[in-house]
Design a protein around this ligand. Structure first.
Ligand code: NAD
Length: 423
């Protein structure tokens, strides 16, 4: 990964730009450029043949001025400390923009979970929790799932934490299985939140979603639900989707059953078959002539070298960090509405907040209430962002949607730090 694409440098540059726009106090700016606490752990894991392998993991608590650190855990072979630091910064802005009582955090383990059997995966999950357990908890830092981690993994981690403290604390971790008081709505809340944002953005852009063509990059939790919900909620046509192996394009729209079949039988959606379907690369998927592009896989997908080729009118960043700062500028100048990750995918953490709040009170909502509250919360974030952008435009200063969201989020955290006497 080149210097330019170091995700933490990107996160710092974005903050610097927002600080400049809003005239942020220099002391607050310095505090917000670095994480509060960075933990590196080495985890011994018993493998199936009896030997012990050591895995390196991270937990970063970026800022907790507004509440406990909050953020997912990734299991990924290309995980780096700087990726985790960047993601923990973005979590800080995400929780602040959503106006929920959390700071930002993130965790990760360098490993390839596809190579593990179930016992090895459980051993690693429990080992990681043992390694970080002294530093997390419902009032300090509340983890959740992210790339290649699942509700089952959260269940094992909850159990391991429970062994340490000696009693159940269901509010320690979110994204849990419903049997241990996870929320039914949490599973698809990231994509559902993105859909509420898509609905509002379409209104603002006067896009008819029923007639819109959509391309989705990624077929995991975020991407697959974005695909199904776009169809179910709005009758939109998803013409392309991909995974790490490549993608498929069909101008007539894609069928979920056939996508699942291709994924199950061949390991990739790229092998989807229909009359007009053809394979495309992940790069070409981004450049398709569609109305809406939803990157829902990994970071740094839209960059300086391909931003000009984006044809979508609306770019919904469901993944974290899919658009680089240079590309944000190009998209902005082209007039593409590029809605930032920490707005679009905040449904996940908003859902986690509902789960945590219910665990604390031991009083549980039905799914309808969960969805209604999610809609209300994320729609407000979208409207706040557009109002902030308009406020600057009225004063003669044009700023991107990302910067408008940053200004709101950073201002709230800075004010909390000020109120606590941190500067
Ligand atoms: P996931 O592990 O369920 O799925 C990841 C998907 O990305 C898979 O389909 C995988 O094949 C694909 N992928 C991996 N490498 C790729 C590559 N090089 N090119 C194209 N596709 C590739 O993960 P997820 O939970 O869906 O997360 C996806 C993104 O959404 C991440 O950026 C994550 O941080 C973000 N996100 C997820 C949640 C959530 O609740 N799941 C919440 C907020 C943000």
């Amino acid at each position: 990964m080149g210097e330019e694409l170091n995700p933490f440098k990107i996160a710092q540059e974005q903050l610097d730009e927002a600080a400049e726009i809003m005239g942020l106090d220099k002391q607050a700016h310095a505090l917000l450029r670095e994480p509060k606490r960075t933990l590196i752990v080495n985890i011994p894991v018993k493998m199936r043949d009896g030997h012990t392998e050591t895995f390196t993991g991270f937990r970063v608590q970026y800022n907790d001025a507004r509440g406990p650190a909050k953020g997912g855990i990734r299991f990924h072979p290309a995980e780096t400390l700087d990726t985790v630091k960047a993601l923990s910064a973005w979590m800080t802005w995400k929780c602040s923009l959503a106006d929920i009582p959390f700071g930002g955090g993130k965790g990760g383990v360098i490993c390839d979970p596809k190579k593990f059997n179930e016992v090895e995966l459980e051993n690693l999950s429990r080992g990681y929790m043992r390694a970080i357990a002294d530093f997390i908890g419902p009032k300090t830092d509340v983890p959740a799932p992210d790339v290649y981690t699942t509700p089952q993994i959260m269940g094992w981690m909850l159990d391991e934490y429970t062994r340490k403290v000696g009693h159940n604390e269901f509010d320690t971790i979110t994204g849990k299985p419903v049997e241990v008081w996870g929320s039914e709505g949490r599973m698809d809340s990231t994509a559902l939140g993105g859909m509420f944002v898509m609905r509002e953005a379409a209104k603002a852009l006067k896009l008819n979603l029923k007639k819109s063509k959509i391309a989705v990059q990624g077929f995991g939790n975020a991407g697959k639900f974005a695909y199904t919900l776009s169809k179910e909620m709005f009758g939109a046509k998803v013409v392309a989707i991909s995974d790490s192996e490549g993608g498929v394009y069909d101008p007539d729209g894609l069928d979920l059953k056939k996508l699942d079949e291709a994924k199950e039988k061949t390991g990739s959606v790229k092998n989807y078959k229909s009359k007009n379907a053809k394979q495309i690369t992940n790069e070409k998927l981004l450049e398709l002539d569609v109305d809406i592009l939803i990157p829902a896989a990994i970071e740094n997908q839209v960059r300086k070298d391909n931003a000009d080729d984006i044809k979508a009118k609306l770019l919904l960043e469901l993944a974290n960090g899919p658009v680089t700062p240079d590309a944000t500028q190009i998209l902005f100048e082209k007039g593409v509405m590029d809605l930032p990750d920490f707005l679009v995918n905040s449904g996940g953490v908003i859902g986690s907040y509902f789960e945590w709040a219910q665990n604390i009170s031991s009083y549980y909502w039905d799914t309808k209430r969960f969805h209604d509250e999610l809609d209300r919360t994320i729609t407000k974030s979208f409207k706040d962002t557009i109002a902030m952008q308009k406020g600057y435009a009225d004063k003669g200063k044009k700023i991107s949607e990302r910067m408008a969201a940053y200004v709101i989020a950073v201002d709230r955290v800075a004010k909390a730090m000020k109120a606590r006497g941190w500067y």
